[in-house]
Design a protein around this ligand. Structure first.
Ligand code: NAD
Length: 480
């Protein structure tokens, strides 16, 4: 076990207070490291550094920023296993397969973002006055405060950082207190790739302490938060008080529709992947499954078999499908959702209890009341609720019976039904023939309702992290 330091202005520094907090492994409970518990002074230090770093980074030509991000991608491709694999497994309880997937996606995100550095397109538009010419240019915002969650601590953080960097912004990162080690390693990698030392800063600590200081700092121009809806609302209100740009990627309660023409076994396999990957600690997990009555009996039989057939072993065993939840509070929340639903009349098809440590058994609830926590709120664990409906219209209505709207999916072979549902479901994304948990570095990821605001991925990200400016010129004196 070792003390680790933060990354401010290219230096590894402790907190001004000298305090540290512990980072433990959810799978074993063992102590991994102590990291600085940052407060107001440290955040101010980091934001001041980032303000200097902004000038250095934005002054680089787009091709130079592109080259730095491509170097970062190559570093992850070549050294990702040594720099990140063990940390991802130990710190976030990822399986080896999930950790490898995050590393591969990180390479993809960095390469995609690199190209965006050259594509900050502006435009011109016609002017009724023939002596005037109008153009619109895009400019970076300045210092972006990046507040990230624990569930995909490398790839989500990369998504939140690479695109604003491509657009010329500098960053202060506040990673989840559960997963600061991955973020520190990522910050170091960006420095190694050539990001100027002040342009990337990582402060470690608690949300209510250094997170709140960061989002309230007057020199922070934009906040990118990925986290729970409650945090998003608090951060959003604080951000609005200073009229900051905000990108808020929040919780979900995504619905998977299984229509009557679907193959029940195939649909059950996909549904299980969509809820049980990483113990359901995925914002887009299909925690609500809405099944047409015609195939409901065969579907739930197949889903039970899928759930009970999952291998849950050592995180470094490639057969292991998922591991522990992040901490005991997360386990308690999941069990509370199950208990409450069952007390109100839901049936447990399978699971509903702890397997060992922080590992919760794959859990399927049948027909929980529509006002239960399990149906309405994000459990963020390996729990899906299944309900039967009479037809497609009812399935769409049930899918829309949610305050969230991050992702949705439809299992059908009928493209008309699929597209009809896709256009009617209120959600940031709808996938046909797949589960709800889909990633693509170019896609506009984001939600409606309590799932947040703004989009990330490809040019959608760089638009979020730039401001447009109208410039007009009087060209009237020129000969025509
Ligand atoms: P969380 O809301 O507890 O914490 C997220 C981050 O916010 C952490 O870094 C935390 O320290 C910080 N924070 C908390 N309170 C704060 C405050 N008052 N001011 C500033 N910062 C504060 O979320 P989590 O438990 O780490 O992550 C899981 C949540 O993230 C789930 O709800 C999940 O759905 C969501 N998520 C959403 C997406 C998406 O793309 N929409 C992706 C991944 C995770």
């Amino acid at each position: 076990m070792q003390n680790r330091n933060m990354l401010i202005g290219g230096e590894a520094v402790p907190a001004a207070s000298g305090s540290y907090f512990e980072v433990t492994a959810p799978a074993t409970g063992s102590l991994l490291a102590q990291v600085p518990r940052a407060g107001a002074t440290d955040v101010d230090h980091a934001v001041r550094a980032a303000s200097i770093g902004f000038d250095a980074w934005y002054r680089l030509r787009p091709a130079e920023r592109e080259a730095v991000l491509l170097r970062a991608a190559e570093l992850v491709a070549n050294e990702g296993q040594t720099r990140f694999l063990d940390t991802l497994i130990d710190e976030s309880g990822s399986t080896i397969t999930k950790a490898r997937g995050e590393i591969a996606y990180t390479v993809d995100l960095l390469r995609t973002a690199a190209g965006e550095a050259r594509r900050l397109y502006g435009e011109t538009f016609p002017n009724d006055d023939p002596h005037r010419m109008s153009m619109v240019i895009r400019e970076p915002l300045g210092v972006v405060g990046v507040v990230s969650p624990y569930n995909a601590p490398l790839s989500l953080l990369t998504k939140m950082c690479a695109f604003p960097l491509a657009a010329g912004n500098s960053l202060v990162i506040k990673p989840s207190e559960e997963t600061p080690l991955t973020a520190l390693a990522f910050g170091r990698l960006l420095l190694d790739a050539g990001v100027p030392s002040e342009a990337i800063n990582v402060v470690t600590g608690y949300g209510s302490e250094c997170g709140a200081e960061l989002i309230n700092h007057p020199a922070v121009r934009c906040i990118a938060l990925t986290g729970s809806t409650n945090t998003g609302i608090a951060v959003g209100q604080a951000g609005l008080s200073r009229m900051r740009r905000m990108q808020l990627e929040l919780g979900g309660k995504s619905a998977l529709l299984v229509l009557k023409d679907a193959d029940p076994k195939q649909a059950a396999k996909i549904a299980a992947q969509g809820i049980f990957t990483h113990s359901g600690q995925i914002c887009m997990a299909n925690s609500r499954i809405v099944v047409e009555r015609d195939i409901y009996p065969s579907f739930i039989d197949a889903l039970k078999a899928e759930a009970e057939g999952l291998y849950l072993g050592d995180l470094r065993d490639e057969r292991t499908v998922y591991g522990p939840l992040i901490n005991s509070r997360a386990v308690e929340k999941v069990l509370e959702h199950v208990r409450e639903a069952v007390a109100a009349g839901a049936e447990i098809l399978t699971g509903g209890e702890v397997l060992n440590g922080l590992v919760v058994k794959p859990t399927i609830l049948l027909d929980p009341p529509r006002d239960s926590l399990a149906w309405r709120e994000e459990s963020f664990g390996p729990v899906a609720s299944v309900v039967a409906v009479d037809d497609l219209e009812e399935a769409i209505a049930v899918a829309n019976d949610s305050d969230y709207g991050l992702s949705a999916a439809v299992m059908t072979n009928n493209i008309q039904w699929g597209l009809h549902a896709a256009r009617r479901i209120a959600s940031g994304a709808v996938h046909i023939g797949m589960h709800t948990f889909q990633s693509n570095a170019l896609a506009p990821i984001g939600g409606v309702g309590l799932s947040g605001m703004g989009r990330s991925g490809g040019h959608y990200s760089t638009e979020e992290f730039t401001e447009v400016k109208w410039i007009s010129v009087d060209v009237g004196s020129l000969p025509r």
